[in-house]
Design a protein around this ligand. Sequence first.
Ligand code: GLU
Length: 305
Amino acid sequence: MRIRTLAAGVLAAGLVLSACGKEGSPADNGEGGGGGDGDNAAASLSYEVASDVTVEGSPAFQTMTDRGNPIVGVKEDQPGLGEKDAMTGEFSGFDIEIARMVTARLGFDPGDIEYKVVPSAGREQALVNGDVDYYVGTYTINDKRKEQVDFAGPYYVAGQSLLVSADNEDIQSKDDLQGKAVCSVSGSTPIQRVREQGLTENIVELQTYSQCVTQLHQGEVDAVTTDDAILLGYAAQEPDALKVVGDTFSDEPYGVGLPKGDDALREKVNDILQDAMDDGTWQEIYDATLGKSGIEAEMPTIERY
Ligand code: GLU
């Protein structure tokens, strides 16, 4: 269990900074001219595009190579992690930067990524169908999901927590949820945990966390539950209206979702994530996104299976 030490205002300031684009970026080290005209051109970090990459025996890599760019599944409504700017159409956040970095190290220009927004409940199917080549969006690695998809990583470990109105004094921890209306998302591990642990009978199940946050604002629900990393992003946007309470009560190791059985790509992405942790890139990404909260970065250990 981690003790929450977040100054929400600091994260809010950070989100504004990263939304401005180049603030705090390392020098452009050659993302290539191609990225300049794409929708994602103003993302805050640059990555060197690897050349002559081969991933022998990977069907997904072959598909991306034939197409000339990857289709990456993401979230669009999770500030600090995966968020689409309504004005510019640009995506930003920790997950987005992980996706851009992996893409560059697979030999594709991150500016050429086609982002496909897939909510939690649609992730396995999107990978099974080949609608996305890989998925980066607060996607917890677990055995049930491994029956349908594979994972590289983890590249981060979050934990389940609670978001309530800033003036709520009743709910301090998961033990205070009995009889309360609690919102979470279809196909997510947090909603499953609320059910399994019988935390409340009054569960409101929606498709996205931003829909849950709207319900919270309208007083339709008393709390929203999911990963702390996600909830802290919402609280940071409206520190006067929302707060995250209590210690985390699960481990949510985030993986890059991959088509099942593509062992060559899984190995390759694991190598890429490990290298990024070893060479300081992971830290740069963290510092430019989630790390703005002031929470100390904890680099996870890659689990090769
Ligand atoms: N990490 C959890 C999960 O994969 C919750 C966040 C999400 O729904 O994306 O289910």
